[in-house]
Design a protein around this ligand. Sequence first.
Ligand SMILES: C=C(CC[C@@H](C)[C@H]1CC[C@H]2C3=CC[C@H]4[C@H](C)[C@@H](O)CC[C@]4(C)[C@H]3CC[C@]12C)C(C)C
Ligand code: SAM
Length: 361
Amino acid sequence: MDSFSLFCTGALLAGGLYWFVCVLGPAEQKGKRAVDLSGGSISAEKVRDNYKQYWSFFRRPKEIETAEKVPDFVDTFYNLVTDIYEWGWGQSFHFSPFIPGKSHRDATRLHEEMAVDLIDVKPGDRILDVGCGVGGPMRAIAAHSRAKVVGITINDYQVNRARMHNKKAGLDSLCEVVCGNFLEMPFQDNSFDGAYSIEATCHAPKLEDVYAEVFRVLKPGSLYVSYEWVTTEKYRADNPEHVEVIQGIERGDALPGLRSYSDIAEAAKKVGFEIVKEKDLAKPPSLPWWNRLKMGRIAYWRNHILVIVLAAIGIAPKGTVDVHDMLFKTADYLTRGGDSGIFSPMHMILLRKPKEAPSKS
Ligand SMILES: C=C(CC[C@@H](C)[C@H]1CC[C@H]2C3=CC[C@H]4[C@H](C)[C@@H](O)CC[C@]4(C)[C@H]3CC[C@]12C)C(C)C
Ligand SMILES: C[S@@+](CC[C@H](N)C(=O)[O-])C[C@H]1O[C@@H](n2cnc3c(N)ncnc32)[C@H](O)[C@@H]1O
């Protein structure tokens, strides 16, 4: 081959690689690039070990005996997945019903705005985002309601990402992010005018514990809405396929056991909330929330090849391939959970802290 052909071949290969990594890299355009994938606060050489520890802890979610260790492993999980989520999904780490003619971004925003509309807040109110991720919902909600949103997440890498995004969006005067455990929140009693949680309380080993904390920090008379991950009335514990799907969802999403839809209101009543409304937002006429996962399948294959290449050449931490592989399989379990109707990630419950404390008899 003469030097001109060699040059052309090299340029073509380099151009192709640039296109594959930097242009085609994200499943959709989000801001995080494939070349920036990291293990969150975990140093690159420890990513694989942390993944193995995570995996052996959550392998059999229903058999986790040490519930007090769950928040630490959930923290590890978010160190491992936060960059991949941002790269392949965006800044809002949740699902939303499919809306024909609307982009995923718009459908996501509408699902978030619905939460704050339900809790009836006024501009200037102080509201709590329980399990805020990197703050996608928080920013949409602050911009829509002009309320001041305080978010809490167990993962310090997410705190930094969220603060950076808030600043970039010019919303840092309305959005504050705190690193902490939602099972023991660093907030005063009766200090919030409202609260919401979007697909986050499913990480709590006992739902009552997180609901009790939200109850404590809310002002009397104020509202709390939660979008819960649940098994539906179609789930049969004696059906091996149902069990496989639910276990697959639990393992790949750091869940210490999914709850049944019928347990949610019970937990809320137990800590003193009044039930205002309860509705599975995934049910018809809503269109499938899992459409987006199905539509992304080819992109996830491409992403997997990209992650393998980036890890092989030392740009991404080695364990990223294992983490991506786990998410790839989890996407399939979630899709099967949606298709079969045995799982919902948006069982909505709207709760009120009573104005008067119930009298002790
Ligand atoms: C509420 C939770 C997270 C819900 C979703 C935001 C995430 C659940 C599964 C994730 C993903 C699966 C497949 C990934 C794909 C292989 C990769 O190439 C790009 C990112 C994914 C699409 C990733 C994105 C986020 C999820 C959809 C839980 C944890 C309680
Ligand atoms: C799936 S993400 C959802 C994030 C956000 N609500 C959204 O929709 O983008 C779950 C969030 O809950 C947080 N979380 C889980 N367990 C927690 C705990 N014990 N204390 C505080 N945050 C927790 C995680 O750190 C993560 O930010």
